[in-house]
Design a binder for this molecule. Sequence first.
Ligand SMILES: *Cc1c(COP(=O)(O)O)cnc(C)c1O
Length: 400
Amino acid sequence: MPDSAARPLPANLRPRTLMVRGGTWRSSHGETSEAIFMNSGYAYESAEAAEAAFVNAGSRFVYSRYASPTVNMFEERLRLVEGAEACRSTSSGMAAVFAALLCQLRAGDRVVSSRALFGSCHYIIAQLLPRYGVHSVFVDGRDLEEWRKALAPGARAVFCETPSNPTLELVDIRAVAELAHAAGARFIVDNVFATPFAQRPLELGADIVVYSTTKHIDGQGRSLGGAVLGSADFIAGELAPFLRHTGPALSPFNAWLLLKGLETFDLRVRQHVENAAALAAFLDAHPKVERVAYPGLPSHPQAGIAERQMKNGGSLIAFSVKGGKEAAFRFLNALRIIDLSNNLGDAKSLITHPATTTHQTLSPAERQMLAIGPALLRLSVGLEDVADLKEDLTRGLDAA
Ligand SMILES: *Cc1c(COP(=O)(O)O)cnc(C)c1O
């Protein structure tokens, strides 16, 4: 970035301040809110200046597929919030997952991953990587013995989501990081469900964190985006050239929305979590609910891991109603506030029936292995008044 018209920020600012102030760069106009630089290209004062810009790569902006001011501001703010050495953004969460893996893999490598994954993450690892000669191995992410066995022959990369989509299973980040490092692998954690508000994988030993910023970081269902965070060496040496030459760049407009999203992130996610904790307890006690999975409840089968690595239970709840698919559909069709939507991390509460939507393409055997039953529902708790949400759930449960 060129010199900013902003005063330099003091060192050691706290996360809430960094979410509002971090990364801000002011143009010569001195604007308060970050400006949106939509331009794709840059002009040089002279032929010598153009030559110098290419000789000293990174000394100034040359093309917005590589870097641009609004996008850089967002990357710097998220980097500060996550406490990472470096951050690069992408056009979607899937572009972030794909780039984080592909930038470092080559034919003959092994990738070990937990089985309970977002559908597209599963597709990349199970379907796409083997086409390019990468061996992928899936394990039950809850079972350290399976991780140990799968990592014994060595690996290049280890991948997991924790909590997982949609069943909210947990992976012990610290333990798997140790096994991954002993196997010579880098450990990538998809931290979308937890958000940086609940879990800090880099502090627990992970090497790389990926986000779909489409979710809580935007938080209002307005933009697609993604981010990869990790060491300066990894980002500059492996990820940045991959992104530069393959081109999944984040739109500057979306970067601006995400900058605004981070400004209210702490307030929003705090309320999401408070609402979710109340609704999880409500569902857990309801006679028509068969089972609730929420990492903030003592009834979560891995409550000990949640306690160790998460600051709170997050804003997603998985639960099953009694009575199978028919009851689940009656429940969904009776709701009047909570939207039926496969998205998550929105101010609006959203609910989905994974077996028939997000995880429909899996075989019945795969669904069974992942505990995605016919009555399972995934609720993304929003920012509405929790009393109204309880009434809506009651409406659904009465009809179930
Ligand atoms: C949504 C999601 C993604 C993909 O993000 P997009 O922005 O939709 O591409 C990846 N991982 C998890 C856990 C998600 O929830």
